[in-house]
Design a protein around this ligand. Structure first.
Ligand code: PLP
Length: 315
């Protein structure tokens, strides 16, 4: 599953430009500048039901800070402070606590609104926060048994084209082209290479691999990749457990002969990859490092790892 549908459990309210409105009132004009040119920034954030039955948002402040950084990068004026946006997310969930007792996906988005048209226009920024119930992004089976990935013919854009420290709406056309290409060919997710041919990331996830010597690798932040909050979480979980991780570039054939591959992302969580370009990864089963990361990640987001308690904001 990779899209919301009308059957998705969703909040009956939306935080829009500082006010709570009914879901159906979350409308914008067709002359919205961002709709034409893609000048917007967004976040994907998850709230989980914790082991004691409460609801907690995972690394909320880090996500809101990245949203503000993304806006700063594209010079999108942001009318709300970090605290106000954090509060908007929490207030939306507080109002829907029963509906989202089992967790929720939060989607803050800020974009250039309507007014003047043309590339030089500067219109007021519109901001909304929406919430819905989003299950396993790459499917429950994928989360459990691993997915089939394919290297896309579309390249992750050069760092002077894609502002890689930003989560910018218009940039996602590149991801969508890659995703559609491989889904149409019968695969679950696309891996994009950088312009030199090194592995960058998946269409909406960062990538980790474990080679035959047991060395764990992930592309460095100097690659054209998003500085994923789940990537950062996984780096900390692995390093705190005494394992080292190399942030280095590697080639697609390194993936082919690796023992384990997994994707990390707020939506996809920790998704094992069992096949790349029709080559079985390792034994084709979820490997021990992937299993460790997945289990520790889910324990962390559910409040069962006291050392990471500060990553949780209870609603
Ligand atoms: C292109 C891309 N890479 C990586 C990620 C993973 O980032 P995060 O772990 O912060 O969700 C995402 C999702 O936001 C993404 O869209």
């Amino acid at each position: 599953m990779s899209s919301t549908s009308s059957s998705t459990l969703r909040a009956d309210q939306i935080w829009l430009d500082g006010k709570m409105v009914k879901w159906d009132e979350g409308q914008v004009h067709v002359m919205t500048h961002a709709l034409h040119y893609g000048l917007g920034v967004f976040e994907g954030i998850r709230a989980y039901k914790t082991h004691d039955g409460r609801l907690a948002v995972f690394r909320l402040r880090e996500h809101i800070r990245r949203l503000l950084d993304s806006a700063h990068i594209i010079q999108l004026q942001m009318p709300y402070s970090e605290d106000e946006l954090v509060e908007a997310c929490l207030e939306l969930l507080r109002r829907q606590k029963t509906l989202f007792a089992n967790g929720a996906y939060l989607r803050p988005v800020a974009f250039m609104g309507d007014g003047a048209m043309g590339l030089g226009a500067v219109n007021p920024t519109r901001v909304s926060v929406t919430a819905w119930d989003w299950g396993a992004y790459l499917g429950d089976k994928g989360l459990k048994e691993g997915i089939r990935a394919k290297v896309s013919s579309f390249t992750r854009m050069h760092v002077n084209v894609n502002m890689v420290r930003g989560k910018i709406t218009g940039q996602y056309v590149n991801s969508i082209l890659a995703k559609r290409e491989v889904v149409n060919a019968g695969y679950d997710e696309a891996i994009l290479l950088d312009i030199s041919g090194f592995v960058a990331e998946a269409s909406g996830e960062n990538i980790f691999m474990v080679n035959k010597k047991g060395i764990i690798k992930t592309p460095p932040l100097s690659s054209p990749i998003l500085d994923g909050i789940t990537r950062d979480t996984v780096l900390q979980l692995l390093r705190d457990s005494g394992r080292s991780v190399d942030e280095v570039t590697f080639t697609r054939d390194a993936l082919y002969i690796g023992n384990e591959i997994f994707f990390t992302g707020t939506a996809a969580e920790i998704t094992p990859v069992r096949e790349v370009d029709n080559r079985t990864v390792g034994t084709g089963q979820v490997g021990p490092i992937t299993r460790f990361v997945q289990e520790t990640y889910f324990r962390t987001v559910r409040g069962q790892e006291p050392r990471y308690a500060e990553w949780l904001t209870y609603v």
